[in-house]
Write a protein that binds this ligand. Structure first.
Ligand code: AMP
Ligand code: MG
Length: 395
């Protein structure tokens, strides 16, 4: 199955099983969380017309009568009275513009005579250097939509509205396990034939960055009974993510369990790395079976599991942002599968990292992201391809 088709099916299933529980959190706790409700502006912003500059506020029509005496001084935080006709007001940035004034001239563009009267040196139009009330947003207008992933900027927009708490989606509970007889537990000395589990820390921290609560099931040997017992002990998980045990082989435990449960929805994708990616259900709980090779686990998590999870969280834009970059190398041999190459961006060109093995993670750390090569395509150095930055999908 093509990656695009698999993603389409995954997203349809995700949108059909949205996570809905929400909770109120303070703004400083809301970074990275998903807004649970549509929010409208509570107040006009700015709440009143204010000066964009340090200078003099005046009535455009009074320009003919200059020099103008200064009738009041307004700092940010003051509440000025109306502007007396035929005068100007000394104003500073952010200060409310007195009623009646319709423009502000910068202090650099004015002269003040011995009597303290102001003349404007350079031409001015009505409205100049005034930020009108409601210029940014009007009270009642849509502010942020449900499904917005709150970031520092969105939190600033809420703070400017006087919001101190927001309703966000409760953290999704994701059970995570690594499968394989060869996996040594954390901190253990390696026995013969053993390797350290690296997938779990990668996936757990990626999930936590997506705002999930991770239920860590640890490493589970390739034993159907132990696997079933580990999964049966999971309570309250809304999703299970596993790595390894999905390729066809004698130790294909996760795949076997899903087939036994009668529910393998996706299997064998035209993606490289990551072909054995599997999706099914254990009881009512969806399971994303990522391949065991660290490079494959990473790519399928970012390209498939992440969008699926974000879609269940009600996020509108779930796919990684792709930006065009120029390839600094040629790709003369077309592959059958859509391929994700680890590349570094040097001077705006993508440079291919030497080790593209799905078994290695180190070259992913050295890479800036993934270059997407559609199935069946070749390219020349200088051609433009889609690039997915790790920065964009790990945050
Ligand atoms: P499998 O999908 O079980 O055939 O595993 C594919 C490859 O990934 C094998 O070389 C495994 O040893 C390796 N592998 C599986 N799980 C992990 C893990 N949690 N961390 C690092 N490597 C793994
Ligand atoms: Mg295995």
């Amino acid at each position: 199955m093509a990656v695009g088709e698999a993603l389409r099916q995954l997203l349809a299933m995700a949108r059909a099983t949205p996570l809905v529980a929400c909770e109120l959190v303070r703004l400083r706790q809301a970074d990275g969380r998903v807004l649970a409700e549509d929010l409208c502006a509570a107040i006009d912003l700015p709440p009143w017309a204010n000066s964009a500059m340090d200078g003099y506020a005046l009535r455009f029509d009074d320009l003919a009568a200059q020099p103008l005496p200064v009738s009041q001084t307004v700092f940010a935080g003051n509440a000025p009275g109306p502007l007396q006709p035929g005068t100007c007001a000394r104003v500073f940035t952010g200060a409310p513009v007195p009623a009646g004034a319709d423009c502000v001239q910068l202090q650099e563009n004015c002269t003040v005579d011995a009597q303290g009267r102001v003349s404007v040196l350079t031409p001015l139009r009505a409205g100049d250097n005034i930020r009108p009330q409601g210029n940014e947003i009007r009270a009642g207008a849509p502010l942020l939509a449900a499904g917005t992933v709150l970031n520092p900027l969105a939190l600033g927009v809420l703070a400017a509205q006087g919001v101190s708490q927001v309703s966000v989606l409760r953290r999704p509970r994701v059970a995570l396990l690594s499968s394989g007889d060869e996996l040594a537990g954390e901190g253990a000395t390696l026995g013969p034939g053993q390797i350290h589990d690296s997938n779990r820390v990668v996936l757990a921290t990626l999930l936590e960055r997506l705002g999930c609560e991770v239920i860590d099931l640890g490493c589970v040997p390739d034993d159907p009974l132990l696997l079933r017992a580990a999964l049966a002990a999971v309570e309250g998980a809304e999703l299970i993510i596993s790595s390894a045990g999905v390729s066809v082989g004698d130790a294909d435990c996760i795949g076997a369990l899903l087939r036994e449960a009668g529910e393998v929805r996706l299997w064998k994708l035209a993606i490289k790395p990551g072909k054995p990616f599997t999706f099914g259900h254990i009881g009512a709980v969806p399971l994303l079976g990522l391949p065991g090779n660290p490079g494959s686990a990473l790519v399928t998590f970012l390209l498939l599991a992440r969008p699926y999870l974000l879609a269940r969280m009600g996020v509108a834009r779930v796919e990684p942002m792709r930006v065009p970059v120029v390839a600094g190398f040629a790709w003369p041999k077309a592959g059958k599968r859509q391929e994700y190459l680890r590349v570094r961006l040097d001077g705006g060109r993508a440079r291919l990292l030497e080790n593209q093995s799905s078994a290695t993670l180190l070259s992913a750390v050295q890479a800036d992201g993934l270059l997407e090569v559609p199935a069946g395509e070749t390219f020349e150095a200088g051609d433009v391809l889609d690039f997915i930055s790790f920065d964009g999908v790990m945050g």
